[in-house]
Ligand binder design. Sequence first.
Ligand SMILES: [Zn+2]
Ligand SMILES: [Zn+2]
Length: 347
Amino acid sequence: MLTVNAIAAPSATGPLGPVTITRRDVGPKDVLIQIRYAGICHSDIHTVRGEWGPVAYPLTVGHEIVGEVAEVGAEVSKHAVGDRVGVGCMVNSCRECENCQAGEEQYCLNGNIGTYASVDRDGTITQGGYSTHVVVDEDFVLKVPESIPYEAAAPLLCAGITTYSPLRHWKAGEGTRVAVVGLGGLGHMAVKLAHAMGAEVTVLSQSLRKKDDGLRLGADHYYATSDPATFTDLARRFDLIINTVSAPLDLDAYLGLPRLNGTMVNVGAPPEALPIHVFSLFGQRTSFAGSGIGGIRETQEMLDFCAEHGIASDVELISADKINEAYERVLASDVRYRFVIDVSTIG
Ligand SMILES: [Zn+2]
Ligand SMILES: [Zn+2]
């Protein structure tokens, strides 16, 4: 086993701080990655604070990981020492169920193994990317194109694929109108990706505070949801609404916005249940949906799409001693648009 430096949460309430953790020995199909950067996802905060259920402490989170291959197992064929690689939200799955066979490992019927806080095959609890090294099966390691700067690539592994996958599934593109609810880590990627796919993009944000940013990122229109006129002006306008907000919303109001056969898909995850009137779905044969990350093949497709279109995440780089402060700023929506940890400052 390898002992490596990491940052961990000691409990649901204690501040994150430096620790050492162990990584398994590099197996025949494993890749050892020297992590360079790790993004801070809202899910990290929900998880360490126990808001999505109990977890074992101490826990190292982080599932937006980029770095270099430092060592490969004897049977590894997809990656070589020195390659630029990434790891997202999962590190394994059963590979045998129909969803895995279809390349939708995120929907593994036997449960995919999350990058952190999951029970790994050897019975240990997986530990995430706020760490100097990680050992991952080669099939769950992505190639990060050279043209994407490392730190700006990290958030693509969660925020990027989480928005790319529903945009593709519901066929955003030329001639479609896409609304993005919330301009945070997920939302700013949804805007860039939908714009690059050729859709007409509208941001729906609480206020007009980030309007200039929204337009710069690729939005065609920008509306404040605090203004009730927004919901009448935009009634029956959109083919697809991507809701990135992980806090309660008046869903019935938003369900007045899709046009015939339109869909509202949720990728933000509020801990509490939200009410909805089924009547809101009848008028325009509206679909209300959810989507979780993307498969490995689609994640690679997303990275290649970003390289081809010259897009990546807008990031604020921080050192490891600023993680607790960054968490508070994420919760206050005070980040443009993703915090990324410089992993060289860990340890
Ligand atoms: Zn995430
Ligand atoms: Zn499976």
